[in-house]
Design a protein around this ligand. Structure first.
Ligand SMILES: [Zn+2]
Length: 249
């Protein structure tokens, strides 16, 4: 399997994981992985439900969103991706979704509070883009979001959803899962009557975040997620199996 084949498989897997977690939003949402050393990137096709996307559907586009490889078109809001890649050399993957808890919470225009060890992963990693001016259809529309993200890993987009960026796709995808889980825990905690005084202290949140990163939480979670997909979504791996059968994997 070539590096590009691996990127396509990983992106399709990420789409399925988001769909399986019921964090997708119809044909909305877009993910990408930068092609190393270029201004090109791989992204999901449009208009597709994430649950239907196969590795062969993933497309490669240039910095203006023009299709270089693949038989589909990118999401109309694709300008968000090159706008971020241009500003952030450390970012090699982007996940933008409208997961229900984060999207509902985003109406408040605030960062997610930290009520448990899962939430601690978000500590000091969240920015807020505190306005919604319509769907992104241009670099001009994307620039304020990229500016609001700054050097953070996550941005809560008011009245819209979530943006996660990472050094690789695993980080951006798993941060997306962690943010949705943390927003859900916060909602439940507040329903039970918790107040901000019941949130983790900054010191404990920081220590918990760093310790869990150090033991390889992102790598281990990705491995577990892929193991689950081999059971739930075997069609993702059909090409891999056929390559193995031919002895060319
Ligand atoms: Zn969106």
């Amino acid at each position: 399997m070539t590096n590009h084949d691996q990127i396509r498989l990983d992106l399709a897997c990420a789409c399925r994981i988001i769909a399986n977690e019921k964090m997708d939003d119809g044909i909305g949402g877009h993910l990408s992985v930068r092609v190393p050393g270029t201004d090109e990137f791989w992204t999901n096709p449009y208009p597709f439900y994430f649950a239907d996307i196969l590795p062969g559907d993933i497309i490669r586009v240039d910095a203006r969103g023009r299709v270089l490889e693949g038989k589909h078109q990118p999401n109309p809001s694709i300008d968000l991706h090159p706008t971020i890649y241009t500003r952030r050399e450390d970012v090699n993957a982007i996940v933008h979704t409208h997961p229900p808890y984060v999207t509902g919470y985003s109406a408040l225009g605030r960062v997610i509070e930290i009520y448990d060890q899962v939430g601690s992963f978000l500590f000091e990693e969240q920015a807020v883009y505190n306005e919604f001016t319509g769907t992104i259809f241009s670099e001009e529309g994307a620039a304020p979001i990229a500016e609001a993200l700054g050097n953070k890993r996550l941005a809560i987009l008011k009245n819209h959803g979530l943006l996660a960026v990472g050094t690789d796709l695993r980080v951006a995808l798993i941060d997306t899962l962690l943010a949705e889980r943390a927003a859900r825990v916060q909602a439940v905690a507040l329903q039970f009557g918790a107040t901000r005084d019941d949130a983790l202290s900054d010191e404990v949140a920081r220590q918990t975040r760093d310790a869990n990163r150090e033991i390889g939480h992102y790598e281990d979670t990705w491995t577990a997620l892929i193991r689950g997909l081999r059971r739930s979504d075997p069609d993702l791996f059909a090409a891999e199996f056929s390559q193995q059968a031919k002895g060319i994997a």
